[in-house]
Design a protein around this ligand. Structure first.
Ligand SMILES: CCCCC/C=C\C/C=C\C/C=C\C/C=C\CCCC(=O)SCCNC(=O)CCNC(=O)[C@H](O)C(C)(C)COP(=O)(O)OP(=O)(O)OC[C@H]1O[C@@H](n2cnc3c(N)ncnc32)[C@H](O)[C@@H]1OP(=O)(O)O
Length: 222
């Protein structure tokens, strides 16, 4: 049976460069790139006046989060720190449970580390946003036991769209870049989680005053 290039009726657009365009063919290679490139009228990101001070640990947004939660035994346990601009740093130690190939970190886990570091930029802008698109380059394999030195920053903002970039270096904060990613995060309200999450966890989160305080702290804009 010939492979059909048509999208099924009602299929959600991949978001690759303008809604409604099929994600096939060479033309889309270009538009995929542009969906991570800020439009010309995008503005520079603004550090929220009440953002954590440079160097301050940001803590976890949710204790069951695979990226930053302290309640996830096999999670990444990232604890990012605020930078001086709209940027953060974090470290991730690759453990045996993060392997993809023998002795090497799984690429998806490394992408998660980049994604989580980018997600923690929310604290700097006092905005809640979720990953809409994320593109990772894997430049060097990362062995188990390595410390990945992560850095992420917002590059531009356009409406609800937050353009950002992250690197993960090995051998020290100034070491070679092993992985890097460009991301597009989309601003949402806390209701995004309440309407989409499984009831059990949402109820538990809403009954936890500390969790409610953390979620609300994100969305107090100037
Ligand atoms: C009280 C209890 C609360 C409990 C909650 C606890 C804590 C909450 C607090 C903080 C947590 C915050 C974040 C988590 C932080 C870190 C974790 C790491 C980050 C993640 O791991 S997070 C999970 C993975 N993530 C998702 O689970 C998203 C699934 N997804 C969606 O939920 C929708 O898809 C959404 C909302 C993204 C958009 O949907 P939507 O309907 O709101 O908006 P729409 O589609 O109109 O897009 C608006 C504009 O973005 C453009 N756009 C959208 N998507 C694009 C794409 N892919 N490529 C290019 N452009 C794109 C459009 O083209 C348009 O652009 P334009 O404005 O120019 O027209």
């Amino acid at each position: 049976m010939p492979l059909s290039l048509a999208r099924p009726p009602g299929a959600r657009d991949s978001g690759c460069g303008g809604r409604g365009r099929a994600a096939v063919g060479s033309a889309d290679v270009t538009s995929q790139r542009t969906s991570l490139t800020p439009p010309e009228d995008a503005r520079a990101p603004v550090r929220h006046p009440e953002a954590p001070a440079p160097g301050e640990p940001l803590g976890s947004h949710y204790d069951q989060c695979f990226g930053c939660g302290t309640g996830q035994p096999h999670g990444l346990h990232l604890d990012a720190r605020a930078g001086e601009g709209v940027d953060v740093t974090a470290e991730f130690t690759v453990k045996p449970e993060h392997q993809g190939a023998p002795g090497l970190a799984h690429g998806g886990v490394l992408t998660t580390a980049l994604d989580e570091t980018l997600g923690s930029l929310n604290w700097l802008m006092h905005t809640i946003s979720v990953t809409g698109r994320l593109e990772t380059d894997f430049r060097q394999p990362v062995p188990v036991g390595s410390v990945l030195h992560l850095e992420a920053r917002v590059t531009a903002v356009h409406g609800r769209k937050i353009y950002c970039t992250a690197t993960g270096r090995v051998g020290g904060p100034e070491g070679p870049v092993a992985v890097r990613a460009d991301g597009l995060f989309i601003e949402v309200k806390v209701e995004h989680f309440i309407s989409n999450g499984r009831d059990e966890e949402i109820q538990a989160a809403m009954n936890d005053p500390d969790q409610v305080r953390r979620a609300r702290a994100f969305e107090v804009n100037p």
